[in-house]
Unconditional design. Structure first.
Length: 678
């Protein structure tokens, strides 16, 4: 027996047992199966690891010998813990090594699997550190819960094509990407599992529920590729004498929301987020105001108008960004330089837009910028194993991030953006860079390896230590992971100004709020349209206010999206963007949290954020046609049931005293933000 703080390790009666008082790992050295148990009584039973080698599926239970080979106490950024490994071996099979990490005071652990060849080189594109399946003697997942509703969360791989998060009621089946939660929505008891390494593998998580609330099958594996990852090819294969799977976070929590936040923090330990110490960006983005009709006059007019709102409080630490989106190339070089000068003379900072991994043209023989004529786009385009250019994605073709011509192109564009004086960049359509394909650099075997290479160069070239000033990096359409290359990522796909846009974006906040402050300093709720975008009809007053409220609570990059040459857009902005108590919510950069998680593919209606001496509450009516009355449970907010409090309506500037649950009357499309003070 070995004891260090709260970690207890034993090898007894053919079992390896490691526990920390909160969770327990038991490896059976006779069968190769593992039991995971928590102090709540929840468990994950008869789990195993697996891989596909030379087309053959091999599980840890298929091996004839299972042996403990290494145990050590560790001290790292997660704290004090124990790391140990079990090797599974058999004739004519590569060794399979399971590695476990368990830390004191943690209700989660990590597991990873490695394949180790003796002399031969191995090749695989499928590795599962954690599978639970009744065909292997499993009893799947047991949650300690009184209620009998069980849901599993589908988390999209990226935010393209207006994908939605979805909490799916069991029995059902789904595949989530990188992370899922299996939880009971009333008690909020939940199991959270996901990858915390994103340098090589795209991780899929298959969940099959049956028999009411039982989970029949759980499979967490590196090697997913298909419609949701935007791939037309199978996941790339890894080659070597030793190949490692993604490292998997496995935890059970009294509140699945806490589990998702802990998962985000664990990712931040392994790959620290890109730090930003200059406040939440306030400003404007051109896309919804103009689309392809962007011109010099709109850009400079917007700068002048937002300068007029400065005294009303629309800025953060004195800073406002005026950002070009796509079609900034409509401006001549002289206009572009003059526009940047105009913005800077107004005391603001200009922003630019770029798609580093997507080609939008039809002339493949066009010379690639920054390559001195050495390469054409024909050379850069990513191809399949037959040498064919990959199919279009979102109307563009994928550029190979590893191609030397693309590396030169990247250096050329970023040098210009810095030299021209930009201080913010929106990087769009990044999923093209993560597609599976045959890459120029033969060391690059998978889409995520290529994506990491391309993004690392961008991060390096825009490093403040290199360029001598802060430069904000924002991701638009992009995979959720890896995260360490940007200060913010858009939480959803495009969201304009309608109530439908608001509800869609808030669906992403309902199940993705936890990325704020863990993976990225800020979430991005997309450009906030107060009145109308170029491609939509005007919104009614309550609809526009709801779009603003949704952005305020997202933890948030706060960029407006209107053409303020329109009188109604100006009127709304002058009124709504001069309310200090509302703007202070955005200035904190802290997200609100959903109250409920049983919304299927919709958004929750109520979000909240606890502060030192008060609670902020946002409540929405997603019905354009009817008034509704919303009931907000004080207990579900975590407050005393019969508490007496003052309720401040931050829009109407009214205050009332109340006790118990909150009843709110909302007009069609209306939303409210309250400050509850006990």
């Amino acid at each position: 027996m070995m004891i260090a703080s709260t970690i207890i390790f034993q090898e007894l009666n053919g079992q390896v047992v490691v526990e920390n008082g909160l969770c327990r790992i038991v490896v059976d050295l006779a069968s190769g199966l593992t039991e995971y148990e928590w102090d709540s009584g929840s468990r994950l039973s008869s789990a195993y690891s697996a891989a596909r080698v030379e087309g053959k599926y091999v599980a840890s239970t298929d091996y004839s010998e299972h042996k403990l080979v290494g145990t050590q106490m560790i001290q790292d950024d997660f704290g004090t813990g124990c790391c140990f490994a079990v090797i599974h071996s058999a004739e004519r099979l590569p060794d399979m090594k399971q590695i476990f990490w368990l830390y004191e005071k943690a209700s989660y652990f990590f597991v990873q699997v490695e394949l180790e060849g003796t002399s031969e080189v191995l090749e695989t594109n499928y590795m599962s550190p954690l599978t639970v399946n009744p065909t292997k003697g499993s009893s799947a997942i047991s949650l300690d819960m009184e209620e009998k509703e069980l849901r599993a969360l589908l988390v999209p791989f990226d935010n393209d094509k207006w994908v939605r998060y979805e909490s799916i009621a069991m029995p059902n089946q789904l595949e989530s990407y990188e992370i899922t939660a299996i939880f009971e929505p009333v008690s909020r008891n939940g199991f959270v599992v996901g990858s915390v390494t994103h340098d090589t593998w795209k991780t899929g998580i298959k969940v099959v529920g049956c028999e009411g609330t039982a989970i029949h099958h759980l499979e967490v594996y590196g090697g997913t590729a298909g419609e949701y990852t935007r791939d037309s090819m199978l996941h790339g294969t890894l080659i070597g004498k030793t190949i490692a799977s993604p490292r998997i976070f496995v935890g059970m929590f009294a509140d699945y929301r806490t589990g998702l936040e802990e998962y985000g923090k664990a990712n931040a330990v392994i790959a620290p987020p890109l730090q930003w110490n200059h406040g939440v960006p306030f400003g404007w983005n051109s896309w919804s105001a103009a689309g392809g009709e962007l011109d010099y006059e709109l850009y400079t007019h917007t700068s002048d108008f937002l300068k007029s709102l400065h005294d009303g409080g629309f800025h953060n630490q004195g800073t406002v960004y005026i950002n070009f989106d796509s079609f900034w190339t409509n401006l001549s070089q002289e206009q572009l330089e003059d526009a940047v000068c105009h913005v800077r003379n107004n005391g603001q900072k200009p922003g630019i837009y770029w798609t580093p991994f997507a080609f939008w043209g039809k002339d493949f023989d066009r010379v690639v910028e920054g390559t001195d004529g050495k390469y054409t786009y024909q050379d850069l385009l990513l191809r399949d194993d037959q040498g064919q250019i990959l199919p279009e994605l979102d109307g563009g073709l994928a550029i190979d991030p590893s191609h030397p011509g693309n590396l030169m192109r990247t250096e050329w564009y970023l040098e210009r953006f810095v030299r021209w004086g930009f201080a913010y960049i929106k990087l769009d359509f990044l999923g093209h860079g993560a597609l599976e394909g045959i890459h120029f650099d033969k060391e690059i075997r998978t889409g995520l390896q290529a994506y990491n290479l391309g993004m690392a160069l961008i991060k390096t070239r825009l490093d403040p230590m290199v360029i001598g000033r802060p430069f904000f990096i924002n991701l638009s359409i992009a995979p959720m992971f890896p995260h360490q290359y940007a200060h913010s990522r858009r939480i959803s796909c495009d969201a304009f100004g309608t109530l439908e846009d608001t509800e869609y974006m808030l669906n992403s906040l309902t199940y993705g709020w936890w990325m704020n402050g863990t993976l990225f300093p800020y979430n991005d709720p997309d450009h906030t349209v107060l009145y109308k975008s170029f491609n939509q009809e005007p919104t009614m007053i309550q609809e526009g206010r709801s779009r603003l409220n949704a952005s305020l609570i997202a933890g948030t990059v706060l960029l407006m999206g209107d053409d303020f040459r329109n009188e109604e857009a100006r009127t709304r902005a002058e009124d709504w963007l001069s309310r200090p108590e509302l703007l202070q919510i955005a200035e904190t950069g802290k997200t609100f949290v959903p109250v409920e998680g049983n919304t299927d593919a919709a958004s929750d209606h109520v979000f909240f954020k606890m502060a030192d001496n008060h609670c902020l509450i946002a409540v929405f009516n997603f019905n354009k046609e009817a008034m509704v009355e919303k009931q907000i449970s004080i207990e579900r907010l975590g407050l005393p049931k019969n508490a007496t409090y003052w309720l401040h309506d931050l829009w109407e500037k009214t205050i009332l005293q109340s006790t118990g649950d909150i009843s709110v009357q909302l007009e069609p499309a209306e939303s409210k933000i309250f400050k509850l003070v006990l």
